[in-house]
Design a protein around this ligand. Structure first.
Ligand SMILES: O=C(O)CCC(=O)C(=O)O
Ligand SMILES: [Fe+2]
Length: 275
């Protein structure tokens, strides 16, 4: 059957984005070469960050098989999931390190690597943009090693969300400021359901994914990135129950909510602005 006129060619989109990113990198390298050397250095990592005691060697992460780890039936290329992607000792060290990140002086003063409370949702967030301290570098390296990120569009932006058991995130898309692939790692002992719903009613089926804590990895791209919104519901219930649209666990599985920290890793096209 001939493809519909308005169907999105994700292969083309992917290669276009890759080409654009490479072009930007080349431009920024060319630009940097003409700067005085004092201005060529990476933006500094804030000195107030806690010490990292979790070791410096590369993380041993499972090999990913994109076909096997793909969980969405509707669009086999768009959602991948791997439980326990990060080693458990690293998750524990990382949780402790993240809890010690400094807190921004005011809700408005967003600062690289500082926690601040979001005004509208009270959720706590911190951002690393452009330059990464050691534990975040280890994660970025592991994601490149696992083939989730290409070196031409490397992870350069990490948004860390700290949720109480009842908190969630409203339906949204991650938008065009980023390369169209989102990777989220989940820490903590609880679980949540991540909901995908089409931006245009009826365009795709709704889907759910149960995100375990303990270093699980979800990657979404393709229609899940561009044509769906994703969200985590707010609830005061002790657990949520997976529905039949859940891609990775049987319907009826309970997802027990607990305090959770997620790290959303992306390639931002104009990364470094926060510094
Ligand atoms: O915490 C999560 O799993 C989702 C976070 C998210 O969607 C975002 O930060 O854009
Ligand atoms: Fe998001």
């Amino acid at each position: 059957m001939a493809p519909a006129q308005d169907a999105v060619d994700y292969r083309k989109l992917y290669f276009d984005e890759k080409r654009k990113a490479r072009h930007r990198n080349q431009e920024s390298i060319a630009g940097n070469n003409s700067l005085p050397s004092s201005q060529q250095e990476e933006p500094p990592i804030p000195r107030e960050l806690p010490e990292w005691n979790g070791g410096s060697s590369a993380l041993k992460v499972p090999e990913l098989n994109r076909l096997r780890d793909c969980v969405s039936n509707q669009d086999p290329g768009s959602i991948f999931y791997k439980e326990s992607f990060l080693p458990s000792h690293f998750c524990n060290d990382l949780w402790q390190w993240l809890e010690k990140l400094p807190v921004a002086a005011t809700a408005k003063s967003q600062k690289h690597g500082h926690w601040h409370n979001l005004h509208h949702s009270k959720r706590k967030v911190a951002v690393f943009d452009g330059s990464f301290p050691r534990p975040i570098q280890l994660i970025a390296q592991a994601l490149i090693e696992a083939g989730i990120f290409d070196e031409s569009v490397p992870p350069n932006h990490i948004l860390i969300n700290h949720y109480t058991p009842s908190q969630g995130i409203m339906p949204h898309t991650d938008g065009p400021a980023y390369f169209s692939r989102t990777t989220t790692l989940s820490l903590g002992n609880g679980q949540v359901l991540l909901h995908f719903e089409p931006r245009q009613k009826g365009a795709f089926s709704q889907r759910q994914l149960l995100l375990h804590g303990g270093g699980s990895l979800v990657v979404f791209e393709g229609d899940a990135y561009s044509h769906c919104m994703h969200s985590i519901r707010e609830t005061d219930e002790e657990y949520e129950t997976a529905e039949s649209t859940c891609c990775n666990v049987p319907a009826g599985t309970k997802a027990y909510r607990q305090e959770r920290i997620s790290l959303t890793v992306r390639h931002r096209f104009d990364s470094g602005l926060m510094n």
